[in-house]
Design a protein around this ligand. Structure first.
Ligand SMILES: NC(=O)c1ccc[n+]([C@@H]2O[C@H](COP(=O)([O-])OP(=O)(O)OC[C@H]3O[C@@H](n4cnc5c(N)ncnc54)[C@H](OP(=O)(O)O)[C@@H]3O)[C@@H](O)[C@H]2O)c1
Length: 311
């Protein structure tokens, strides 16, 4: 797994980098997912946008159609449900033999612990299991694409905690032992970074590249499921942290998918356009391996066994 050097990434997605390429973007009904899909379409790319439910398809198509000349494909899948992840992966694989990027923007912040249709905690299912399974099911079309990249949108919140950056807790990944919405969100952000690195380690060198990206505080409504006062507090924090406009955050997501400076590298963690070293818990190889195995256990299937891990 070759790492990128520390570089500045402030170049927009240009048509030369995007035209003729196909990108799958999840969470495309709103926020960073929608803005990333729009940026790719504007630059001449083909986009397969994944939204949560059928009722969102028409509106998402209309919102994306104005962004570029290519007509976006909009598919729906509740990523909390394994069956729907499998179905959308199969449909994408059937329709698109070659993919050049898979951008995982779907996510959610819930004020309470809830279980999804498979009995798995909802945030864990959407933010960890779904990107894991969708990526692994789409390896074949990604391998057909030229230097394809997988981008997992994460965040710097994993560094925060009362006693410093918390470590992965394999026994509380679904908030089963204790659940605090903020701590659970941080925990899953850490899990997403670890998963991206483990995927990069397990893929043969020179294969698909994988990056975790923290775009920086960005104006979206991602705390919309919280009660109004906590939502207001979250918006106040965005104000204090001088959150960037949506398009700027999306640009950083898209850069990870197309910037030629990253060619040949994989496993990096990009923060606001630069590759940085993640917190020690987010570099914990053993925790990453354990997380991979736990995801396999929940899904009842093994993927890319570590015996095949490239040196
Ligand atoms: N905004 C920031 O400052 C920031 C910073 C760092 C990292 N991030 C991360 O960036 C990602 C995108 O966040 P955002 O700020 O753009 O928030 P957002 O606007 O809430 O976008 C999240 C998207 O995920 C979709 N989603 C949620 N549950 C789903 C499900 N079960 N199946 C399919 N799609 C589902 C949502 O669709 P519905 O609305 O239809 O449910 C929504 O379109 C998240 O992982 C977030 O943690 C955001």
């Amino acid at each position: 797994m070759k790492r990128a050097t520390r570089i500045m990434l402030e170049r927009p997605a240009t048509p030369a980098r995007v035209r003729g390429k196909t990108f799958v973007v999840t969470g495309a009904a709103s926020g960073l997912g929608r803005a990333s899909a729009q940026a790719l379409l504007r630059a001449g790319g083909q986009v397969v946008a994944v939204v949560r439910e059928e009722a969102q398809v028409r509106r998402a198509r209309a919102a994306l159609a104005t962004a570029g000349r290519a007509q976006p494909e909009v598919l729906s899948a509740d990523l909390a449900a394994r069956k729907e992840v499998e179905e959308v992966a199969a449909e994408i694989g059937r329709r698109y033999p070659a993919l050049h990027g898979l951008i995982h923007c779907a996510g959610l912040r819930l004020p309470e612990r809830t279980l999804g249709p498979d009995g798995v905690e909802t945030m864990f299912a959407v933010e960890v299991l779904a990107p894991f399974l969708l990526t692994l099911r789409l390896l074949q079309p990604l391998r057909q694409g030229e230097s394809a990249r997988v981008v997992v949108v994460a965040g710097e919140e994993h560094r925060r905690g009362l006693l410093g950056a918390p470590r992965l807790d394999p026994d509380n990944l679904q908030g089963e032992r204790k659940f605090s919405p903020t701590a659970h969100g941080r925990h899953l952000t850490l899990a997403r970074i670890l998963l991206a690195q483990e995927l990069a380690r397990r893929l043969p060198s020179g294969d698909i590249s994988v990056f975790a990206v923290a775009p920086g505080p960005t104006w979206t409504d991602r705390f919309r499921h919280y009660p109004w006062y906590r939502r207001l507090l979250a918006q106040g924090q965005l104000l204090v942290r001088r959150a960037q406009p949506l398009e700027a955050g999306a640009q950083r997501v898209v850069q990870a998918a197309v910037d030629p400076e990253l060619a040949g590298s994989s496993g990096g963690y990009l923060v606001e356009g630069r590759e940085v070293v993640p917190s020690p818990p987010a570099r914990d190889l053993e925790a990453a391996r354990r997380l991979w195995e736990l995801a396999e256990e929940v899904l009842g299937e093994r993927f890319l066994p570590s015996e095949q891990t490239s040196p």
